[in-house]
Design a protein around this ligand. Sequence first.
Ligand code: PLP
Length: 375
Amino acid sequence: MKQYIYADNAATTQLDPQAFEAMIPWLRDEYGNASQPYSFSRKPKKAIAEARAVIAECINAEPEEIYFTSGGTESDNWVVKGSAFSDPDHRAMITSQIEHHAVLRSCAAIERIGYPVAYLPTDEDGRILPETLDRNISDRTRLVSVMTANNEIGTIQDIAGLADIAHAHGAMFHTDAVQAVGHIPIDVKALDVDMLSASAHKFNGPRGIGFLYIRKGIEVHPFMDGGGQENKNRAGTENTAAIVGMSIALMNNIKNMIYTSDSILSLEDLLITKLLEAGLVFRRNGANTLPGLISLSFQNSSGEMLLHRMDLKGICVSTGSACNGSSDEISHVLQAIHLPDEYAKGTVRISLGKQNTESDIIKIAESLKQILTPK
Ligand code: PLP
């Protein structure tokens, strides 16, 4: 197999080997449907209960507040549409201009059926300021949804401060923490959030599985209708292997979080130093960013060209979020932070993971220098 330097960990991550091993029995031998009452289903049922308890502990929630979903997209859809469907009064929702499309397009869907949605602007670093929320919220607001950390530029928001404002107006608060869970400490009680979305493949778990935390007492309509799984809140036969794999991956990431983020931060410093030494003209987007998420905008260049030229050198980076990786448009996030066009067009996202090494960083920096230095 061709060896790549993989620097697109915000798009997806490598599966934790222990998570992989832990998944095998549930795929091969213990394939019983966890919701059946016979003895063959006892083991998968117990494994799911244990995984739920582990995940709950990782974010300081109660096990019965964790609902398994197919990933971040489903969790976000559930929150937005489920909140609307359970509100006959059509109260308003507030989100931000820089959310992932899983939130933005769900908001567009509820707008089409008559629910008003406001989209908060950010400052030039992608921060949603508490005073901006304060100016836009009213006692008619039902839900505020602001992401914990942005997937394109990495900016981490003041979630506890924003949740506080939402609650003061009687609104529920949701955060899309898909990029944050497993990478920075997340404590749902300290953040005081009512709902939180997460996705396993962003923290070295398997793809196609995630969870939604819903605080006890919060009312949202179930999104997936069907059987009575997940305490009648999310229908569909449980994916035992993926649930178990997700719990192991999250536990391992949290156990090693300080070590991993320290080493990733030193790789980040090395990259910036090497690029400056190479004399390249660029801006780094975002502030208070996730460890390893580096959005760089090179003046008068093209992110699309950079992605493809890096690919020819065996290096995986992205132009922005995974879902608009093939589009040449300036992303909604870069537009929201008002990045000048001459920089925005030349944006690449380099997102480091625990497998990256100093030698990867040196190759990334040398490659960027070769591509961007006029001959
Ligand atoms: N929310 C954010 C912030 C993301 O970065 C992503 C994925 O890129 C998603 C939601 C969607 O998650 P999933 O790929 O698990 O559907």
